[in-house]
Design a protein around this ligand. Structure first.
Ligand code: ADP
Ligand code: MG
Length: 275
């Protein structure tokens, strides 16, 4: 059976939704005829932009629903300002392997040292791989939980927190949770642990203070930490706030022109998986 151009372009490519290939058909067919391409080479060149466009649509959708507040990349991060961070370890995280291993990442440290920046950089890697992620602050988590509870939509909300390939919970520890909120966070951690889905947490609190985060319940806190840290990379940042540096450089704090990192002790460690 012979296929004419209209059948191929309109009936074929359009019907299967290959609109990018459809748009490029003329050009690629002319190139193929002029250069005497093989059939498989022609097909490959016709499909290449279609596949690229589809990949991009998946990435755009992941980004759209990610909740990422800004775009922050590792290339924008000044490691020389924060010498306590093991750069090689962070560069390894940005390969995305931690997600295929279901490893968690915990960024700890005082305000302004780049915890959220690095968490977002890892989130971007996830969406660029075409995986779903959700970024939210601990405060968002609690607020949305209240709404979900009031609307009788808790199962839906739990699903939202426990199905993405990556969940980033930012600013854990700034506010203490009540018993119900702590129990929700605990359940989320347990379910994601069982499913081997990665979670990134940023916190200004040392693990010893997590009892406060979990409604003053040290048993729940230690059970949550046990799961979180079983397969985890902990990056403990000790240094000065980058925000303050920018303000001092702008002369907002008289007397201090440049700020040098003061605490240079490396305290970045990876807890080995012992499953
Ligand atoms: P934290 O979450 O630890 O409070 P952020 O990640 O929000 O800090 O960082 C505060 C601001 O400073 C952000 O705009 C971030 O991009 C920037 N920043 C922090 N550390 C660095 C760094 N080492 N290099 C470049 N920008 C940085
Ligand atoms: Mg932050």
């Amino acid at each position: 059976m012979s296929v004419n151009y209209e059948q191929l372009a309109a009936d074929g490519l359009e019907q299967i939704g290959a609109n990018t290939s459809r748009g490029q058909l003329d050009q690629v067919a002319q190139q193929a005829a002029a250069a005497g391409w093989s059939y498989s080479h022609f097909l490959g060149r016709l499909l290449e932009p279609e596949l690229a466009a589809r990949r991009q649509r998946v990435i755009d959708t992941c980004m759209h629903f990610s909740g990422l507040p800004w775009i922050k990349r590792l290339s924008d991060f000044d490691f020389s300002f924060q010498p306590s961070i093991d750069r090689t370890l962070v560069e390894e995280l940005v390969t995305g392997r931690f997600m295929s291993e279901g490893r968690n990442v915990i960024f700890q440290g005082p305000p302004g040292v780049g915890k959220t920046h690095l968490a977002i950089a890892l989130g971007l890697v996830c969406s660029e791989c075409g995986h779903r992620l959700l970024f939210l602050t601990a405060l968002d988590l609690v607020r949305r939980m209240k709404t979900a509870f009031a609307q009788n939509r808790m199962p839906h909300y739990m699903k939202m927190l426990t199905t993405p390939k990556l969940l980033i919970v930012d600013e854990v520890g700034y506010l203490g949770l009540d018993t119900q909120q702590a129990s929700l966070l605990f359940q989320v951690i347990c379910i994601r642990y069982e499913k081997q889905l990665s979670t990134i947490i940023t916190s200004n609190k040392a693990f010893a203070e997590w009892g406060h985060v979990f409604a003053g319940d040290p048993i729940m806190a230690s059970a949550a930490l046990d799961r979180l840290l079983h397969r985890a990379t902990v990056i403990n940042i000790k240094g000065d706030s980058y925000r303050m540096r920018e303000k001092r450089q702008a002369g907002l704090f008289p007397g201090a022109v440049a700020l040098e990192p003061q605490q240079k002790g490396a305290s970045t460690k990876t807890k080995p998986s012992h499953k």
